[in-house]
Design a protein around this ligand. Structure first.
Ligand code: CP
Length: 304
């Protein structure tokens, strides 16, 4: 299962996802025994033009757990030669001559694709632009759901929040469209609803979806509540923000075996009073990022 680049969710097929989940599961066992030195001769570069806690640290921890080495700039827009006007293509050409894999969070929604076009080593899209994709996040989201539920067919999910620029929701919608009988509710203020390109993709793949302005009537229906951030300044009617917040008060309305996920970081849309509920899986979801990114690194670094 050698892969060249990881750029977008569409490149994963269902058989590939199933094989990938097995590989991520085996990484859990490797971490439990302290890691491996199998990739001691490999070097990963992380190049982040936007802030990150989970993605960058989990990729770096993943490489260390595999025995590899890392060099990094967490604020490439300040600490790389972009400050001097260097183009992304030149930066990638140079960095790819120093390492075996590049993890890139770019400012533009086609940044990872531009990088892959010139890189001599695999490129991992660690989240690109506003409204682009975040495929490695979607893979860990899907792994978290699969790990709990053992099947993705027939899944019912509510994406809540600022969906038009939500690269995690966009990437996960693409992955879910590959499974049977999936139902997707997009819950958002009208001005922040999911973009038409994703809706067109779902229609083309005969995936059921519904656009909602509140979650009151659907919370009791869904297997997964996928909460995302809302920047209040992007909502025209602030009195409506409360309609998109998950707190202890709404927990009784959810299914007893529902899952609450959030890619994090969170602000006010997911209250800390939820953290102790057994359905709150967002910290485990973030931890799964380590296993999923280890699996991804082994996929792109393995020998032919
Ligand atoms: N979920 C996610 O991408 O988090 P970071 O921005 O902290 O990497």
């Amino acid at each position: 299962m050698k892969m060249q680049h990881v750029l977008e969710s569409q490149q994963f097929t269902v058989p590939l996802l199933m094989e990938f989940f097995q590989r991520a599961r085996s990484m859990e066992k490797i971490v439990a025994r302290g890691g491996t030195m199998d990739y001691h001769d490999k070097i990963m570069a992380t190049l982040f033009y936007r802030p990150s806690t989970r993605t960058r640290f989990s990729f770096e921890a993943a490489m260390y757990r595999l025995g590899g080495k890392v060099f990094s700039t967490e604020q490439a827009n300040m600490f790389s030669s972009e400050v001097e006007g260097e183009q992304l293509e030149d930066t990638i050409r140079i960095i790819s001559s120093f390492c075996d894999v590049i993890v890139l969070r770019s400012l533009e929604s086609n940044g990872a694709r531009r990088a892959a076009a010139v890189s001599t080593v695999p490129v991992m899209n660690a989240g690109d632009g506003a409204g682009g994709q975040h495929p490695t996040q979607a893979l860990l989201d899907l792994y978290t759901i699969y790990r709990e539920r053992r099947s993705l067919d027939g899944l019912s999910i509510a994406f809540i929040g600022e969906l038009d620029q939500g690269r995690t929701a966009r990437s996960l919608a693409y992955l879910l469209s590959k499974f049977d009988r999936v139902k997707i509710y997009f819950v958002s203020p009208p001005e922040l609803q999911m973009k038409q390109d994703i809706l067109d993709h779902l229609e083309a793949n005969e995936v059921w979806y519904s656009l909602e302005t509140g979650f009151e009537n659907i919370l009791g229906e869904v297997d997964v509540v996928y909460q995302t951030r809302i920047h209040p300044e992007r909502v025209s009617d602030h009195s409506q923000l409360r309609r998109y917040m998950i707190d202890a008060g709404v927990l009784p309305k959810m299914k007893p075996d529902a899952m609450i996920l959030h890619p994090l970081p969170r602000t006010v849309e997911l209250d800390k009073t939820v953290d102790g509920d057994p359905r709150a899986l967002y910290f485990r979801q973030a931890q799964n990022g380590l296993f999923v990114r280890m699996a991804l690194l082994t996929m792109v670094l393995e020998d032919e």
